[in-house]
Structure formats: structure tokens, C-alpha cells
Write a protein of this length. Structure first.
Lengths: 321, 302
């Protein structure tokens, strides 16, 4: 099952995840960050339903077990539970009633978990994916700069070695404190702290191909060093770099999740999978659904990326399959 | 040997580059505060000051409570190293036997199960696994304590105290170790697979060595060298994972200190935590290189 993938799978996975990132927030059944009635009961278990009664004066009440009846004087009223008691609202004051079914429950603020999961797909996937691509590009560029030798080469080499020996999460926390980045800045920071393995890999491949027959033949044909590097050595190194980038794509999703979990990523109230897990820690014992579902979302994404990367490796690099 | 020391020293100046990124480009309105902290000076000067301070063993003071940074960080290193070491043990003890079991019959049920398990384990965020473990084993079953390094009221006897420490360490070490085992398992499996295709394995088999002896002694020994190198190179990653685990399990180590410093925007402490863990990672790599030299006679002469 790992070894044989249909050809199309190469593209299906990135396209599917991109689509999820693009469309996910639109699929959210309810607003992901809205708190219609801050005082009302939050933390509903998966499958619970309740109604939002919007009044004409602009307030809204979240009521459970809503039903309509007539009071003693025959006026139509709406009756529902709120904060452990029963609330009666005259039907004449009601502007609209919205029924909400929370398939995955709600969080502490009464926000729908499913909606937050879908809305959180965009930052969680987009930041990880964009950072993976940027890191790949930066790594290849760094390797090219390194391959030209001279001062640029030693600077790149020094940077690679220095950055590789610093624990990334510590460094990222420091950078976040200094830069206070938005989503775009976060993507850049992730890429800036993760391009080194790619650079190392590509420059290794370039070095081993430099003395090969292709390079020798090109040199004999009068090609310049730059031409040999870009036309012959780089293409030889790319499959390995792409495979490696695919294998590490899941890392970026995990890293973004860890940063958001620590409060250094996507800032609340905007949802992301990592920060959703973080928000669940206060109510760990009572509300299992809050930590379970975002974690499963990350797990499923990274697993899918791993399978995809395995398939890609088999296609790009038949010798290692 | 000399090369290794030289390399380590050459890589060291890479750390304080973060001092350059340090409080820089301030938009802060509090001028006095900035002057007190020395933030109004130009960047190279601050960098030079920081560097000379570090050289004298003075890493500055915490911005949030004024304590000297170095003793603060040093006092938190113990718990972190404890956790990292225990997790490494768990990681290798879990990953290597499974990798051997996996390559014995590639493509068969055992292999597939192990690989799928490893893929899932790799894909599960460590902080999430930690929370699940906390919920299951600490909250519901009550097998392990919920947080911290030791009980508030320590048991009277030394043996009891040790057991108490171990009970507090067990869950974070297991979570961290197992979640890092997944990556190691994948790499070790590939390496073992490659090695077991080499001619010397066929030769051994022809001489009638048993399968177990093969994988246990010859193949694994060949894989030991790259695995030790991998161990050295993966230390920075391990420290990062330790940070998250310490936060989840509320263990007062260097990682949690960095996290608290991050929340308080306490840059000197954060900087020191980063630099100290980076130096530790370098030392670890150096040790791994020494071990490598011990295992591989070809490196020793250099």
C-alpha cells in the first residue's frame, strides 16, 4: 500500500489540502468567532442543539429546549432554558430564531467546534504549506549561493551550521517576541528557521554531481560555471530536494500547530487547530471534544501528507523506492 | 578530534546573532525604560555589550523580576536534561527493536502495522498526545501525578523520594520519547533495509548465521554509526520538543522558563534559554561525534 500509488495521487493531495484551506472557512455552518450570548451555557457536548433568539432591541439569547406556548393571558411566548433557569420571551419582541446543531459540541465561549475546525483549516494549512514551499526555495537558493564558493559560500555555510544547532522552537519564540508577526510574518519566520536541511541536501547533491560525467561533458563543450550549475547540476539535485520537502511538509503543519498551541502563532479569537487544543487545557477533564477534534484534524492532515510524500518519492526517485 | 572542537567553536558565534535581532527596531513608547535597559544604544554596541557580558558570565537580568539570568536558567537545566535523557532512552528503546522487527520481513503484516503505527504517531502533535495522556492516565486513572517535578510534600525516605521523582517523570518522558521514536523508526528502518541488501549480509546468511544473530549483531552494528550521528544532529529538535512537553506537563525546566519568558516578553531570559540550549545541543553533538569516532575506526585517525 505504500509502494504503489496511482499517478494522479501526486497532485490529488496538495490540491485537496489547498481546496480545504480555501473552501474550509466557507463550509463552516456558523460564525467561528461569534459569541451570541456570552452569559449563556457554553461547553455543549457533541450533538447538542440550541436556539439563538434574536430580539428586536438587538440583544440575543441562547436558549436550550426552546418551545412556543401561550401564557395565562393568551399571548404567544417562547420558553427555553438559560443559565439553569427558564426564560420566557414574548413572541412580539422576537426578531428571529436560529436553530443550531453543534455536531462537534461548543467551546468555553459557546462557539461551534466544527465551524472553528473548518475556519481554522485555512491558517493551519496555508501557513504550513507556504512555509514549506518558501523553505524549499530558500534552501535551493542558499545551496546555489554556497556552490558559487567564495565569501557567499562561507556565509551560507556558517549560517546553515549556526541555525541548525539552535533549537528551533526557542528561536521562534524569541523571533515572535521581537517581530510580533501576523500570518504572513509567521510564514516567513517558519521558512527562515527551516531552510537549512534543504540547503544542506542540495549542496551535497551538487557537490557529488560536480565531478560527474555530465558536468565534465558540459565543461568540455565550453559551458560557463554558472550555466553548468543552473542547467545541469541543479536539475540533478531537484528530485531529492522535492522529495525531502514533501517528507517534511507535515513538519511545518506540526510546527505551526505547536506555535499556535504556545500562543505564538495565530492570535485569538481567530481559530487555528493548535490554539484550539490550547484553549481546551482548562477544561481537559470535562470537555473531551475540545482537545480531541483539532488534534485529529492535525493528525489526519500530517498522515495524509506522509502518504503523499511516500508516493511522490517512489515517482521521483525510483532507485530508492 | 581537533577538527570537531574547531567546528563546534566555529558554529558558536552563530548563536549571538539573535542578540542582533534582540530588542532592536523598538517601537516602544517608554523611552526611559528603554534607556534603563540600554535599548537606546545602537545595535552593534548592544551586541558587543551582550557578548562581553556573556564572556564574563553575566547574561544580564530578567526584565520581569530583575533576577540575574544565568543562575535562573542554570537552575532550570536539571529537570530539562532529566526529561530529555529519559525521553532519548524511551525513543531508542522503542524505535530500534521495532525497526529490526520491521525489516525482517519487509512488506508483510508486521512491517506494515509498525509503519502505519509510526506514521500515525509521527503525525500526532506531541502536545496533543501529552494532553490525551494527562487526561487518560493522570486525571481518570490516577496512575501518574498531574504536573510538576515532585510532590509538594516529599516522601520521607530517599527511596520514596526517588520513586516520586520517577513517577512525575514517567508520563512526559513516555510521551516525548514515543512521539520522537516515530521519526527515528522511519529512518532506522530505511537504513537497516539498505544495509541488509549489502553483500556481507548475504555472505553471513550463506555461512549459516541465524536471522536473529544477523539483525541483532551485524546489521544493527553497521547501522549504529549513522544512528549515532543522527542522535547528535537531532538534539536541537529534541530540546524544542522538550519545551512543548514541559509546558503541557507543567515541569519547571528550561523550556517552560523560555515559554514563560515568551509570555512576559522577557527577552534576556528568552535569549539566554535559547543560547544555553543551543550550546548544550552543540556539546551533545560533540559527544555524539566522539562516540562516532569510538565506533568507526576510520574516523579515529583523523
Amino acid at each position: 500500500m505504500f509502494e504503489r500509488h496511482p499517478v494522479s495521487l501526486t497532485w490529488v493531495m496538495p490540491l485537496a489540502l489547498t481546496a480545504l484551506a480555501l473552501v474550509g472557512p466557507r463550509l463552516a455552518p456558523y460564525p467561528s468567532s461569534e459569541q451570541p450570548d456570552p452569559a449563556a451555557a457554553a461547553l455543549l457536548a457533541p450533538g447538542a442543539a440550541r436556539d439563538i433568539v434574536r430580539l428586536r432591541d438587538g440583544r440575543s439569547l441562547v436558549l436550550e429546549g426552546l418551545h412556543r406556548q401561550a401564557d395565562d393571558e393568551g399571548r404567544r411566548i417562547l420558553v427555553g432554558r438559560r443559565l439553569g433557569g427558564w426564560v420566557e420571551v414574548p413572541a412580539s419582541e422576537v426578531a428571529s430564531v436560529e436553530h443550531r446543531l453543534h455536531r462537534l459540541g461548543t467551546d468555553r465561549f459557546g462557539r461551534d467546534v466544527l465551524s472553528r475546525l473548518l475556519a481554522g483549516a485555512r491558517p493551519s494549512l496555508a501557513i504550513g504549506g507556504a512555509a514549506a514551499l518558501l523553505a524549499l526555495a530558500a534552501g535551493v537558493l542558499a545551496a546555489l549561493a554556497g556552490a558559487t564558493g567564495g565569501a557567499a559560500g562561507s556565509v551560507v555555510d556558517w549560517l546553515t551550521r549556526g541555525l541548525l544547532s539552535i533549537p528551533r522552537l526557542f528561536l521562534l519564540l524569541g523571533l515572535v517576541v521581537v517581530a510580533r508577526p501576523g500570518p504572513l510574518g509567521l510564514t516567513l519566520l517558519l521558512a527562515v528557521t527551516s531552510w537549512m536541511p534543504t540547503a544542506r541536501l542540495v549542496s551535497g547533491e551538487i557537490r557529488s554531481a560536480r565531478d560527474g560525467e555530465v558536468a565534465l561533458a558540459a565543461r568540455a563543450a565550453g559551458a560557463t560555471r554558472a550555466r553548468i550549475l543552473v542547467r545541469h547540476l541543479l536539475p540533478a539535485a531537484l528530485p531529492a530536494a522535492l522529495t525531502d520537502a514533501a517528507l517534511r511538509a507535515g513538519d511545518f503543519v506540526l510546527l505551526e500547530a505547536a506555535l499556535s498551541f504556545l500562543g505564538a502563532g495565530i492570535q485569538p479569537p481567530a481559530p487555528s487547530w493548535g490554539s484550539m487544543v490550547a484553549e481546551s487545557t482548562d477544561v481537559l477533564a470535562s470537555a473531551w471534544w475540545l482537545s480531541l477534534f483539532p488534534g485529529l484534524a492535525i493528525l489526519a492532515t500530517v498522515t495524509a501528507l506522509s502518504f503523499w510524500a511516500d508516493g511522490l518519492r517512489d515517482r521521483l526517485d525510483p532507485t530508492r523506492a | 578530534m581537533l577538527t570537531v572542537v574547531f567546528l563546534a567553536l566555529e558554529a558558536l558565534p552563530g548563536q549571538p546573532t539573535r542578540a542582533g535581532l534582540d530588542p532592536a527596531h523598538g517601537r516602544s513608547a517608554q523611552r526611559t525604560q528603554r534607556r534603563l535597559l540600554g535599548l537606546d544604544r545602537p545595535l552593534p554596541e548592544r551586541y558587543a555589550l551582550w557578548l562581553s557580558g556573556v564572556a564574563r558570565g553575566d547574561w544580564g537580568r530578567s526584565w520581569s523580576d530583575g533576577r540575574p539570568v544565568l543562575p535562573l536558567v542554570a537552575s532550570r537545566l536539571g529537570p530539562s536534561l532529566e526529561l530529555a535523557t529519559a525521553a532519548l532512552l524511551v525513543q531508542y528503546l522503542a524505535a530500534l527493536p521495532l525497526a529490526v522487527a520491521s525489516v525482517r520481513r519487509p512488506g508483510r503484516a508486521v512491517d506494515l502495522t509498525i509503519r502505519i503505527g509510526a506514521t500515525l504517531l509521527y503525525a500526532a502533535p506531541a502536545f496533543w498526545l501529552g494532553l490525551l495522556a494527562l487526561r487518560g492516565f493522570a486525571l481518570h486513572l490516577g496512575w501518574f501525578p498531574y504536573a510538576g517535578l515532585a510532590s509538594v510534600v516529599p516522601p520521607p525516605r530517599p527511596a520514596g523520594r526517588l520513586l516520586d521523582l520517577a513517577r512525575h517523570l514517567a508520563l512526559p518522558a513516555l510521551v516525548l520519547g514515543l512521539s520522537s521514536a516515530a521519526g527515528l523508526l522511519r529512518i532506522a528502518r530505511n537504513q537497516l533495509l539498505e544495509i541488509s541488501r549489502e553483500p556481507f549480509v548475504l555472505a553471513g546468511r550463506a555461512r549459516g548465521l541465524s536471522e536473529a544473530r544477523h539483525h541483532g549483531r551485524h546489521v544493527l552494528r553497521r547501522a549504529a554509526v549513522p544512528l549515532v550521528q543522527l542522535l547528535g544532529a537531532s538534539l536541537p529538535w529534541l530540546f524544542s520538543a522538550t519545551l512543548v512537553t514541559e509546558v503541557v506537563f507543567s515541569r519547571p525546566g528550561a523550556g517552560r522558563l523560555a515559554y514563560r519568558a515568551f509570555l512576559a516578553r522577557d527577552q534576556p531570559v528568552l535569549l539566554a534559554c535559547t543560547a544555553v540550549t543551543a550550546v548544550l545541543a552543540l556539546l551533545g553533538r560533540w559527544l555524539a561525534d566522539l562516540l562516532h569516532a569510538g565506533l568507526d575506526p576510520r574516523v579515529r585517525g583523523v
